[in-house]
Design a protein around this ligand. Structure first.
Ligand code: TYM
Length: 329
């Protein structure tokens, strides 16, 4: 049985990128493996959220998790800050993580560019906290999207370094998991490469039909191709990428052919895409409403997960302390 760990920052509702990049693969694995799925609320602190927003954000992510199909009886679902052992592992790993490698991380460079007034040490050591999340349960696999690939490489490097330094084979080197093929990157509909909360271009799992239609109809397009079989510009390729995920292969083929023959009508394509996104996410939306009407579901899930997560974390911390030479007087 493999150990699977994954998480999502608590910075708002879940979007199609979170779902198709990470959550859906996790859900598929939850019944056959030892699975941990958590809400990364410590990680969300790097951008200094208003304290009043912390709890509602965690709550809405948890609602979306459960609505999407995470089963609290099968997987261990927990809130990162409910398992403070992760901060001890973070501290220990940080002693073997170097400024140079952290400063070179793409996500750090991007955030430092976006928030030059707040380049804090938590932002710099974000990859160490993420490695601690994963190594805390000694994961074999971590379902994530393409944007987390570099963090996973760093996690493996930190695990290897710890093992080499202490002459042990304690930590496994966890693999990023995509459900078989390449890691997924769901693009934005505004022509940007990635759908993301900070990009402000998301279709959320909780968006209602009208909102989804509106967002899709506004997607960036152009006058259409003027030459048969011409390559698609990125912003058009993006529409096709999302279509490949939510629509049937026949639908994709139909619009691809229309493109190749210079007969494509973007209005038709967008209508179809919106309808297919709505169909794919409708069961999740229904379940969100059910959970909102019965918040006990959330409390039950978290109280089931918290103790299981802590038990696993405490075992790791005890063993890591021994490896590092800590002894009780
Ligand atoms: P976060 O919260 O930005 O995103 C959560 C998950 O969703 C995936 N994702 C995407 N996948 C495909 N296309 C997209 N456009 C897209 N946008 C987001 C992310 O790859 C991720 O898998 N650092 C992590 C949270 C984290 C974590 C961990 C994940 C903290 N500790 C330990 C796994 C294991 C993050 O910021 O993801």
């Amino acid at each position: 049985m493999k150990t699977i760990v994954s998480g999502i920052r608590s910075t708002g509702n879940l979007h199609l990128g979170n779902y198709y990049g990470a959550l859906r693969n996790f859900i598929k694995m939850q019944h056959e493996n030892r699975c941990f799925f958590f809400i990364a609320d410590y990680h969300s602190l790097t951008t200094h959220p208003n304290p009043n927003d912390l709890y509602p954000n965690v709550k809405s992510v948890l609602t979306d998790y459960l609505a999407a199909g995470l089963d609290p009886e099968a997987a261990t679902i927990y809130i990162q800050s409910d398992v403070p052992e992760v901060t001890e592992l973070y501290l220990m790993l940080n002693m073997h993580v170097y400024l140079g490698e952290l400063a070179k991380t793409s996500s750090f460079k991007e955030k430092a560019r976006k928030q030059p007034e707040n380049v804090n040490a938590g932002l710099l050591t974000y990859p160490t906290l993420m490695a601690a999340d994963i190594l805390l349960h000694n994961a074999d696999e971590v379902p994530v999207g393409k944007d987390q690939e570099q963090h996973l490489e760093m996690t493996r490097r930190f695990a290897r370094r710890f093992n080499n330094f202490y002459g042990t084979e304690y930590f496994k080197e966890p693999a990023a998991y995509s459900g078989g093929g390449e890691l997924v990157k769901i693009p934005g509909l505004d022509g940007s490469g990635k759908m993301g909360k900070s990009e402000g271009n998301c279709i959320y799992l909780c968006d209602d039909e009208k909102t989804i239609q509106k967002k899709v109809m506004k997607a960036l397009t152009d006058q259409g191709p003027t030459e048969m079989n011409s390559p698609k510009p990125d912003y058009i390729e993006n529409l096709f990428t999302i279509m490949k995920i939510v629509s049937s292969p026949d639908t994709v083929e139909y619009f691809d052919e229309k493109w190749n023959k210079c007969e494509i009508r973007y209005g038709d394509m967008k209508k179809q895409l919106a309808a297919d996104i709505i169909a794919a996410t409708a069961p999740i939306r229904e379940r969100i409403l059910e959970i909102n009407a019965n918040p006990d579901i959330l409390h039950r899930a978290i109280s089931l997960g918290r103790d299981k997560a802590r038990e696993s974390a405490q075992k790791t911390i005890k063993e890591v302390r021994e490896i590092m030479g800590f002894r009780r007087f």
